[in-house]
Design a protein around this ligand. Structure first.
Ligand code: FMN
Length: 333
């Protein structure tokens, strides 16, 4: 609880982005077309994901819950998601399963009855007694459409008292995801999912994989700053699979798996590039945190910037809808 508060504080006040590792989006260009056969006003960004229709292929990334300000933050995020027509992933619900008093901070259906809402738990808990019941509870207690399981060995390793034992997890996932009867996503937290990991989970019926690659928020860095007040492990905090590499490798390993592009998605152009690389939707976390403390209007403004930039990017490429966008090829910049 206190640690979650410190996470928020550090994410709001310190430089927690990767410094040397980049997402890879910056090295790729969308093919600009000076004579597009498109009308900006008619660009169609609607898509379907996990059974819901989104106005744009965008999710608010998993962030918070349980901490003091979490209820306010989550309600602002959810209201903004409803107004803009995008989806939202909640932060880890472990705290609400263990402390019913924390449940209120995750309750967003009152302000966003229809949005695509994704719950969240950590995979490490699956080795400590959590299973099908907890995944169902994470869905049912917040009326979510799906539940994401985050895997975060680097973050846990740098956390004071973090979980270090990930042995047997793939076999556990194989059983639990099949039996849960809930759409389950697998996600990282910003250090990336590799092609090898994707191959290792082949056959597990995940509804989607969120690659959460490196280049945006470094959770190893957040943990160092929470623990020591400074970065002590300079190389470790820059470690991870760049988002573009993760997307390409996971797409190659699992050609039919719906993917979420996330980790350092900082503009609508990044969203567009993520979709060209094979993602269904993109997710954005930390850029929405400070606006979420302020108001739903502030979150709407950031989300609308992403949607506008995506629309302009599509118009600039001469593609009128997301199917045409996905058929493009990126150029090495
Ligand atoms: C304040 C904050 C809290 C987060 N908490 C969670 C969490 O509880 N569960 C989770 O799966 N990811 C969590 N994340 C990770 C994000 O979902 C995302 O994967 C990561 O921040 C990379 O995206 P970004 O570069 O857009 O921030 C959190 C991120 C932030 C900034």
């Amino acid at each position: 609880m206190r640690r979650k508060g410190r996470h928020l504080e550090v994410c709001l006040t310190e430089d927690v982005e990767y410094r040397t590792r980049r997402t890879g989006f910056e090295a790729l260009d969308l093919p600009y077309r000076a004579l597009p056969e498109t009308d900006l006003a008619r660009i169609d960004t609607t898509c379907a994901f996990l059974g819901k229709t989104l106005r744009a292929p965008l999710l608010i990334g998993a962030m918070t819950g349980g901490a003091e300000l979490a209820g306010l933050i989550n309600r602002h995020l959810a209201e903004a998601a409803a107004r803009v027509g995008v989806g939202m992933m909640l932060g880890s619900q472990r705290v609400m399963l263990e402390r019913p008093a924390a449940r209120a901070s995750f309750a967003v259906r009152g302000v966003a009855p229809d949005i695509l809402l994704v719950g969240n738990l950590g995979v490490a808990q699956l080795l400590q007694g959590y299973g099908v019941d907890e995944i169902r509870a994470a869905r049912d207690l917040v009326d979510a459409d799906a539940v994401a399981l985050h895997t975060n060995p680097l973050q846990e390793a740098l956390q004071d008292g973090g979980d270090g034992d990930f042995r047997g997890l793939i076999e556990r996932l194989r059983v639990v995801v099949r039996e849960a009867d809930v759409p389950v996503l697998l996600k990282e937290v910003g250090h990336g999912i590799s092609g090898e990991v994707a191959r290792a989970v082949e056959g597990i019926p995940f509804a989607a994989i969120d690659v959460a690659g490196a280049g945006g928020t470094s959770w190893a860095k957040v943990e160092d700053l929470v623990r020591f007040g400074e970065v002590r492990h300079h190389d470790l905090v820059e470690w991870g699979i760049p988002t573009v590499t993760a997307l390409r490798d996971v797409r190659r390993a699992l050609p039919h798996m719906p993917l979420v592009a996330s980790g350092g998605v900082r503009s609508g152009l990044d969203v567009a590039k993520g979709l060209v690389l094979g993602a269904h939707v993109a997710a954005v976390a930390r850029p929405l945190l400070a606006p979420a403390l302020e108001s739903a209007d502030a979150v709407v403004a950031v989300l609308e910037r992403y949607v506008y930039e995506l629309r302009v990017a599509m118009h600039g490429c001469g593609v009128a809808d997301l199917a045409a966008l996905r058929a493009l090829t990126l150029e090495e910049g």
